[in-house]
Design a protein around this ligand. Structure first.
Ligand SMILES: C[S@@+](CC[C@H](N)C(=O)[O-])C[C@H]1O[C@@H](n2cnc3c(N)ncnc32)[C@H](O)[C@@H]1O
Length: 289
């Protein structure tokens, strides 16, 4: 198992207000950001809350962070954060980080079915209560799949329609059950690995309702953040970044919030050299007034 490398950790840590007492890592992963926050904290008596919807990843985080005492772990979606805080009688928090997307472990572990290069079941679920990518292909309509490929994959409508038609036409082909099987099938209509990676990303977004989670979270943000509390979100592709940009803009328009950075923060080229996975990261931060 290889530990996920936290992205923009220094930049995100610098945005934690000095007065912050309760800090939430809403996408804990392997806990790299939380580790960095604790190690570089300006205040020693802070409480940390680590949330991950994926029970396997959360267990790994507990091991990685075992030397720290002041972390509460929650296995749920960050979209349910307000309900989880209410259960613990925590009225509000001072800083929340969402580092969207997948963990290194999701790609490296073939059994999770996220990788286009490792043979595994076509799964892609973060949490076991969702339907798998294979089940999604069986149950969704061709039109729905086309729409998602256009919306989440930025494919041209005729290209998306062609892909959706071919996938649905072959949904009973046993190859659809596995990652490399689907890759082989799509190669028959000359889908290359770059295009396939985007198709996989679209399936993953739909399976895990990823964009809906961000929307629900932002709707509840005013009730979760304390005054002068901040929320930082890292995105990794244009669809996610556009969504966060507009959701933050809408929040700032209510005058309950202000944008901390009008221009997105991106990793320094030395970070990109060290960690290629950081190359498409974009950071946006908002503050509650
Ligand atoms: C990019 S990784 C986070 C890596 C982490 N910052 C680190 O340094 O190790 C994203 C994590 O978010 C989790 N995740 C995805 N959707 C989530 C959701 N709706 N609620 C909570 N966690 C989620 C994934 O399971 C994954 O572990």
């Amino acid at each position: 198992m290889k530990r996920h490398i936290p992205i923009l950790a220094k930049e995100i840590n610098e945005q934690i207000p000095d007065h912050a007492q309760i800090i939430v890592d809403g996408t804990l992963g392997h806990g790299g950001h939380t580790d960095y926050f604790i190690t570089h904290a300006t205040q020693k008596n802070r409480t940390y809350i680590g949330v991950d919807v994926d029970p396997q990843i959360l267990e790994q985080a507990k091991n990685y962070l075992s030397e720290h005492q002041n972390i509460h772990f929650i296995n749920n979606s960050y979209a349910q954060l307000s309900e989880e805080l209410a259960k613990r009688a925590i009225p509000s928090v001072d800083y929340i980080l969402l580092d969207l997307g997948i963990n290194r472990e999701h790609v490296l572990n073939a059994d999770r079915g996220f990788s286009i290069r490792k043979d595994g079941p076509l799964d892609m679920r973060f949490a076991p209560d969702k339907q798998t990518a294979y089940e999604l292909i069986q149950t969704c309509t061709e039109q729905d799949l086309t729409d998602r490929l256009i919306r989440y994959g930025d494919f041209k409508p005729h290209v998306a329609k062609g892909y959706a038609q071919y996938i649905k036409k072959n949904k009973a082909d046993p190859r659809v059950r596995t990652t490399l099987g689907l890759r082989e099938l799509m190669r028959e209509i000359r889908v290359n690995d770059r295009q396939l990676a985007v198709i996989f990303q679209v399936l993953r977004i739909v399976v895990n309702k990823e964009l809906e989670q961000v929307e629900i979270f932002c709707q509840k943000l005013a009730n979760i953040l304390a005054t002068w509390g901040r929320c930082a979100i890292i995105t990794f592709h244009s669809v996610e970044d556009r969504l966060v940009k507009y959701l933050f803009k809408d929040l700032a328009a209510t005058e309950q919030f202000q944008l901390v950075n009008k221009k997105v923060i991106k990793p320094h080229y030395t970070e990109v050299q060290r960690n290629k996975a950081s190359r498409s990261a974009k950071l946006r931060i908002i503050e509650k007034l």
